[in-house]
Write a protein that binds this ligand. Sequence first.
Ligand SMILES: [Zn+2]
Length: 84
Amino acid sequence: MSKLTITKTTTKHYNIQQIGLDMMCFDESYRRIRGNMRNKLFNCHSCGRNFEDGENLSLIITDKGNKMVCHKCGVEIKAELEGE
Ligand SMILES: [Zn+2]
């Protein structure tokens, strides 16, 4: 007998309150400003991918502070937020 297991993962570690799609560009001035900060935000908070030069970044405002995500994740998060 096989055992049927259904796993549904909808874990969210933080609540997104707002998203600003393509608010910033990952360019030299971004890296210069953020580079001195403790929380550099040089990679996507959602998929973990490192940002590439010239990439559009989206700002998400969560209950645990502001985070940056890549364009692809930003679009998905925005759709999810507006769908609720
Ligand atoms: Zn991403």
